[in-house]
Design a protein around this ligand. Structure first.
Ligand code: PHE
Length: 351
């Protein structure tokens, strides 16, 4: 005698078969076979109800309804799938899948970041550790600890951007966008004991009328070495090696006496022009004289050492500081420093 389990087997078979239908015609044939009004499998099962004992009728009837519902939903979802698939294949005829894809735009390092990494890597080969420091500084670290007291004319050279103190304007703690990375010389010496060899890349701020070689936001790299027997010769050796590693073996370095309040003696560093090699009187990079002034340097001033508690009779050292954009401009022949901050992809992608 027929029972609910026969209807479950029937629905299982129908659902499996429907899932295999490859087109609308096959689907329609399956619908007629299972659900058609005249002589379908479900109709035949329904007719059996009459011959069942009364107590079995409700369970059997429910099984019939459930089988019907399962088959109907299988028909519907198969039809939807076939329809979607046919849209896919008609699209495929119109879209040329053999066309090469559009190029993927891969990002790259900003030239300033790339130059900072070059600088860190090169000084790293000479034992210098790269560290960073605060961009907002106190008057003390930016000026006073570097022998630049209030009223000192050297303050004029660094057109300072003062910032208001978020903790309330305490006149004892004037804050500024650091005008150079040199305050980190002092911060490092306060925290560490010699021997010290560090390089500090970072952003600096100056109140500038901007032009092709001046920007109010710029990046510098600062170097500091402190030990017991360091001389100007060590400073020169390190900077020669730096120039050759960054500009190539032909490059040269020129030292000329200069003045900085926090180094004594002090020198200005110029790198030989790698663009024209001194041969083009019209050269945009060096202005025609074959040299590019790129950094300041000197032996750390004994007063600076004393202020952080070092004995100048025992420890000496050298410091140097130069512009990152300057280096990037020379290496790439970029004529205008303002391009670095303009976010123009045509410029950035040329690197
Ligand atoms: N901080 C100086 C400047 O910005 C450069 C410098 C660094 C000079 C270290 C001497 C020693 O011009």
């Amino acid at each position: 005698m027929a029972g609910p389990q026969d209807l479950k087997a029937l629905a299982d078979r129908a659902v499996a078969e429907i899932a295999m239908c490859a087109d609308d015609a096959a689907l329609e044939a399956a619908r007629v076979r299972y659900l058609g009004r005249k002589d379908s499998e479900v109709t035949r099962a329904t007719k059996q109800i009459a011959s069942l004992p009364t107590k079995d009728k409700p369970a059997y009837g429910a099984a019939v309804n459930e089988a019907k519902a399962r088959i109907e939903s299988a028909l519907q979802s198969r039809s939807a799938a076939l329809h979607g698939a046919s849209i896919d294949s008609s699209l495929r005829e119109r879209v040329d899948l053999t066309l090469p894809p559009r190029p993927v735009r891969i990002g790259r390092l900003h030239p300033v970041t790339a130059t900072i990494r070059d600088v860190s890597r090169i000084f790293g080969t000479m034992g210098f550790e790269t560290i960073e420091g605060p961009e907002i500084e106190t008057d003390y670290y930016n000026f006073e600890a570097l022998n630049i007291p209030p009223g000192h004319p050297a303050r004029e050279k660094w057109d300072t951007l003062w910032v208001s103190n978020p903790l309330g304007d305490d006149p004892k703690v004037p804050l500024l966008g650091r005008t150079h990375t040199s305050p980190m010389q002092v911060r490092v010496m306060e925290k560490r004991k010699p021997p010290i060899r560090v390089v500090i890349p970072g952003r600096c701020y100056r109140y500038e009328a901007t032009d092709a070689i001046h920007e109010s936001i710029l990046h510098q790299y600062e170097g500091l070495a402190i030990d017991e027997k360091l001389t100007m010769a060590d400073l020169k050796g390190v900077l020669y090696s730096f120039a050759r590693q960054i500009f190539g073996s032909k490059s040269n370095v020129r030292f000329r006496p200069d003045y900085f309040p926090f180094t004594e003696p002090s020198a200005e560093i110029a790198f030989s022009c790698v663009i024209c090699e001194g041969k083009d009187p019209q050269c945009h990079t060096c202005g025609g004289d074959g040299w590019i002034e790129a950094a300041g340097c000197g032996m750390v001033h004994p007063d600076v050492l004393r202020r952080v508690g070092y004995d100048p009779d025992r420890y000496q050292g050298f410091a140097f500081g130069g512009g990152i954009e300057r280096l990037a401009m020379v290496m790439s022949g970029t004529p205008d420093i303002r391009l670095f901050a303009q976010n123009d992809l045509r410029f950035l992608e040329s690197f």
